[in-house]
Design a protein around this ligand. Structure first.
Ligand SMILES: C[S@@+](CC[C@H](N)C(=O)[O-])C[C@H]1O[C@@H](n2cnc3c(N)ncnc32)[C@H](O)[C@@H]1O
Length: 247
């Protein structure tokens, strides 16, 4: 689906010392371009998510996207799953992100099946949810809060419900981790980011984006109650997991 034009991400082309990364209005303006050029196989993960939802969701199930940002994932899912009769809910605590998400959903006439809510996802309570999507967002939640947060999501899922989790991860092997990071930087260079932009973005995310390893993420999912857990996508340090609540 062609997206409404997002301004090109030039946030880190400046000479100034970067501050910690925040999802500010400046970020929102360029966010869709940033996602497409910074997250490997971003669209493929959404397509795979659609396949997983198709297999397990029933009519009227609620699919809740936590940290929905500008609504790209939900819009894409409405396009990929037109006959599933699902209700889509996007939650984010950034009003600027949600403003753009609402505009996009109106543009594509999806406002009747997608609802956007401004709320802190760690305080959300939505019992009997069919699926929670948590893409590239858990990594921004303070590590100490992650287990309680996931426990609440597990409790709120209906039996047989899904949690889809996509994250940037860290490899436990230091040498491979360095290589994977370099491969990722190459990916960004190929998409037009300069060395300076890559270095500054990395610095800005340093204290804000705290990645866990694939095993740590899986262990966390297991500790909060999920018994069926699998990685359905991996590209170097980027991974996506599906976890099912027992029926
Ligand atoms: C990297 S973006 C997520 C991208 C989006 N899930 C996607 O795949 O297109 C992280 C989003 O999480 C939101 N966010 C971070 N912490 C949050 C919290 N505690 N409650 C609600 N939203 C949060 C940010 O505002 C931002 O929009």
């Amino acid at each position: 689906m062609p997206e409404p034009a997002s301004r090109k991400d030039t946030l880190f082309q400046t000479e100034s010392v970067p501050e910690d990364f925040v999802f500010s209005e400046r970020v929102v303006e360029v966010f869709d371009d940033m996602l497409d050029r910074s997250i490997p196989f971003y669209r493929e993960v959404i397509r795979s998510t659609a396949r997983l939802l198709q297999a397990s969701m029933g009519p009227q199930d609620h699919v809740v996207d936590l940290g929905c940002a500008t609504g790209t994932t939900l819009l894409e899912l409405t396009r990929l799953l037109p006959d599933q009769e699902l209700q889509f809910v996007g939650v984010d605590n950034s009003s600027a992100m949600l403003e753009k998400a609402r505009l996009k959903s109106e543009l594509y006439s999806k406002q009747d099946i997608i609802t956007f809510i401004e709320e802190d996802i760690t305080r959300l309570h939505r019992p009997e949810t069919g699926a929670f999507l948590l893409n590239y967002t858990l990594q921004f939640i303070r590590p100490l809060l992650r287990e309680d947060f996931l426990r609440r999501l597990y409790a709120d899922l209906r039996p047989g419900g899904l949690l889809i989790l996509a994250e940037k991860t860290i490899s436990p092997d230091a040498r491979l981790n360095r290589e994977f990071i370099e491969i990722y930087h190459q990916f960004k260079r190929e998409r037009g980011y300069s060395e300076l932009e890559i270095a500054k973005k990395r610095e800005a995310l340093e204290n804000v984006l705290i990645p866990f390893s694939i095993d740590e993420n899986k262990a966390l999912l297991q500790r909060v109650g999920f018994t069926s857990i699998a990685t359905f996508f991996q590209w170097f340090n980027f991974a996506a997991f599906v976890a099912v609540k027992a029926s």
